[in-house]
Design a protein around this ligand. Structure first.
Ligand SMILES: Nc1ncnc2c1ncn2[C@@H]1O[C@H](COP(=O)(O)OP(=O)(O)O)[C@@H](O)[C@H]1O
Ligand SMILES: [Mg+2]
Length: 231
């Protein structure tokens, strides 16, 4: 569903991504791990088209999207749940969700009921201000807003950061349901090892701007964790 080939990116003169190669098979959950500052978020922003790589290519659903705008990539079915959630605190839950509608190909003015089926708390909180929600509820809102665009590939950047364990489990289970019931593909930046082991099919490890390991999650051995993940 997603393929990144020999991607290079720099902030000005500072090289941050080098020779990045990865693939995300359709209808799988893939977790990208790595210590702080290795380039995970930068890679996600390149995949989404918010930054332009200096070399390499990105293939999405069989099409080369390297030169496509972020807007078009979203139209084609990419959706993003940013690190830190970035919901609108002064808008209601419903209004936050409606901001996702603009990115859809159709002219739909209504938030699909399905979003509330996946995250019932959003229905109960529909008229509350985003800023008055708990961290876990805001994270569900951020994922819900991405689902409003009816994506094929959902990219999440550290969705479990600062979230209570029961909500982390709920998020993981909901992502699994989305894969099974709607055929979604999911790429998650994730540092929480238990989450990766419980919910992902494959893992990727990033270190100093490049992918240093990638395999099925059953092969995520302790030596890799020690070398690249624990401080
Ligand atoms: N907007 C930016 N301008 C310059 N350097 C940046 C910017 N954003 C991140 N960096 C640097 O790029 C590197 C990778 O950052 P980032 O992709 O956020 O890492 P991660 O998500 O793995 O923690 C870090 O050294 C960070 O300081
Ligand atoms: Mg990051």
């Amino acid at each position: 569903m997603l393929k990144v080939n020999q991607l290079e990116f720099a902030y000005g003169e500072v090289n941050v991504l080098r020779e990045v190669n990865l693939h995300v098979p359709p209808q799988s959950i893939v977790c990208l791990m790595g210590r702080n500052g290795v380039g995970k978020t930068t890679l996600m922003l390149n995949i989404l088209g918010l930054y332009a790589p200096r070399a390499g290519s990105i293939e999405f659903a069989g099409e080369d999207v390297t030169n496509l705008s972020a807007h078009k990539r979203v139209r084609n079915g990419m959706a993003y749940v940013p690190q830190g959630r970035h919901i609108f605190p002064r808008l209601t839950v419903e209004e936050n969700l409606r901001t996702g509608l603009a990115a859809r190909g159709d002219r739909s003015k209504v938030v699909p009921e399905e979003v509330f089926e996946y995250f019932p708390v959003l229905k109960a909180m529909r008229n509350r201000l985003g800023g008055n929600l708990s961290g876990g509820q805001q994270q569900q809102l951020s994922i819900g807003r991405a689902l409003v665009t009816d994506p094929r590939l959902l990219i999440l950047d550290e969705p479990t950061e600062g979230i209570q364990p029961n909500i982390i489990t709920l998020i993981g289970e909901t992502l699994k349901r989305l894969v099974h019931e709607k055929g979604l593909t999911v790429l998650i930046v994730e540092q929480y090892l238990d989450f990766v082991r419980t919910f992902s099919h494959r893992f990727l490890v990033m270190n100093r701007g490049t992918i240093v390991a990638g395999d099925e999650t059953t092969n995520l051995h302790e030596d890799l964790v020690k070398e690249y993940l624990h401080v």
